[in-house]
Design a protein around this ligand. Structure first.
Ligand code: GLN
Length: 483
């Protein structure tokens, strides 16, 4: 794995290249490769030029952040003042927020350079990025395949070197699964470790912002820059002081392998993950087989809770406050109905209906309340697993990148692909996905390292071992900015 941020930071601070020159390189690479990849849905090159000029000044003064002057991208659901933020939905066409998300405000203060906003499933609902109103991005490792979702554009941009790093959001796997499909690193921090202020809400009790990078080292640098308590997000918490120190020493690390993550798993994926675990064992880690029975119920619990929260969060798109409004209507009610019918895509409409149903008075006890009870028992079982294990290792997804169009007629298959990632969001846990092998078609396989709440540093260090050991080195995709 290549530490792009560290290498660029070295070049910038030694003044071998200026941020303005580096930004121009990224802009030309995006202009040439984005038409086939569709990773970016809005480019912000004017903003990038302004940011890079400011960064060059900061670099000259010295003492700048390691992210100063480095070109990057944000998912299209992270608010950027005066710049398009549309959640890849027709209903937010033309919407430009008048404030910055906290993560972007922090990165901007570090001297980050914003190249644009990246493609995603509409309102972050999906696992392939194909529900985007702008059409799906392509997987840079195989253009016939999906990038995964919902932060697919960000994963594609990082994989193709069209950005040094990306920020995505993860409600049920949307950072980790596209990272796995594209063969890059995706880190979902502990719930509350990173402010959600300015992240357009999907499932508020599950949503989390995190980095997509080319290496674990890079993920830690970005995480350090965006984390911490924020008075604008009441669910945010203080995090450890100082920078995250990565230690590749796994001697005595207790790794739990929960049977439920491996039952019925595709053999290629199973053996890639197990081979990686053997390397940890050889280096002195202690591996234990455990069982977390409630993992089997995580998927239905997730889809009930996420849809319930989405049905409430998406109530605000009524044609009055934001973006799109239907052209002709006979009354206010008619306008709202027509706006929402025309503005939301099919997957979003389905989830709003499902969410409204499980919250309705007749079905609340049978579905929503039951899901909340099971959520608590899963959280308790995860807690007790971390009583004996330091981290859990699991596959990121039960499959590698789908052929484009495959899940269009098979929504259940798409939901099933989230089976290994959603328990992490239900537990509010930190987890990282990194490549651990390839399947018979040469597509990357992702492995997940999961930790207890606020043990983000431990998760990153455990992943750093794989990076140091060169556990899986994938070839570099050509056509982007190469160092
Ligand atoms: N694939 C999951 C879903 O469709 C997760 C999405 C996400 O993490 N935003 O809900």
């Amino acid at each position: 794995m290549k530490s792009v941020i560290s290498s660029l930071s070295r070049l910038l601070s030694s003044r071998e290249i200026s941020s303005a020159e580096l930004t121009d390189k990224y802009i030309s690479a995006i202009e040439s490769r984005n038409p086939e990849l569709n990773a970016y849905v809005h480019t912000t090159f004017e903003e990038a030029k302004k940011n890079s000029a400011a960064a060059d000044k900061m670099l000259k003064e010295g003492g700048a952040s390691p992210l100063c002057g480095i070109p990057m991208t944000l998912k299209d659901n992270i608010a950027t003042d005066g710049l398009p933020t549309t959640c890849c939905s027709k209903i937010l066409q033309g919407f430009k927020p008048y404030y910055d998300a906290t993560v972007w405000r922090k990165l901007k203060a570090c001297g980050a350079v914003l190249l644009g906003k990246t493609n995603m499933d509409e309102f972050a609902m999906g696992s392939t990025s194909e529900t985007s109103v702008y059409g799906a991005p392509s997987n840079p490792r195989n253009l016939q395949r999906v990038t995964g979702g919902s932060s697919g554009g960000g994963a594609a941009a990082v994989c193709a070197n069209l950005a040094a790093y990306a920020l995505g959001s993860d409600t049920g796997g949307s950072i980790r699964q596209p990272a796995a499909f594209c063969g890059v690193v995706g880190f979902k921090p502990t719930y509350g470790a990173v402010s959600r202020y300015g992240l357009i809400a999907y499932g508020s009790s599950l949503d989390q912002i995190g980095p997509i990078t080319n290496s674990v080292t890079d993920a830690a640098v970005v995480y350090d820059a965006i984390r911490g308590e924020d008075e604008k997000d009441m669910t945010s918490c203080p995090t450890e002081k100082g920078k995250t120190i990565l230690t590749p020493d796994v001697k005595g690390l207790k790794i739990g392998l929960a049977d439920e993550f491996f039952d019925g798993l595709d053999t290629e994926i199973k053996s890639a993950v197990e081979n990686a675990v053997k390397k940890y064992e050889k280096a002195g880690a202690q591996v234990m087989r455990i069982s977390i029975p409630a993992l089997k119920l995580a998927l239905p619990v997730y889809y009930i809770i996420a849809c319930a929260e989405a049905s409430s969060n998406l109530g605000r798109y009524d044609g009055i406050r934001y973006g799109y409004r239907a052209q002709s209507y006979s009354s206010v009610d008619d306008m709202v109905v027509k706006t929402r019918t025309q503005g939301f895509g099919k997957e979003v409409q389905k989830r709003i209906m499902l969410g409204t149903y499980v919250l309705s008075s007749g079905y609340f006890d049978a579905y929503y309340k039951k899901a909340c009870i099971i959520r608590e028992s899963l959280r308790a079982q995860l807690k007790s697993a971390f009583g004996t294990c330091d981290v859990l290792i699991a596959p990121t997804a039960p499959n590698t990148a789908f052929v484009k169009g495959y899940t269009g007629g098979n929504a259940i298959e798409m939901y099933l692909s989230d089976v290994c990632t959603v328990p992490v969001n239900i537990g509010g846990l930190p987890a990282i996905s990194l490549p651990c092998g390839k399947d018979k078609n040469g597509l990357p396989i992702g492995m997940q390292i999961i930790g207890d709440v606020f043990e983000d540093g431990k998760v990153l260090s455990a992943a750093y071992f794989a990076e140091e050991e060169k556990l899986c080195e994938l070839e570099e995709v050509q056509g982007g900015v190469s160092l």
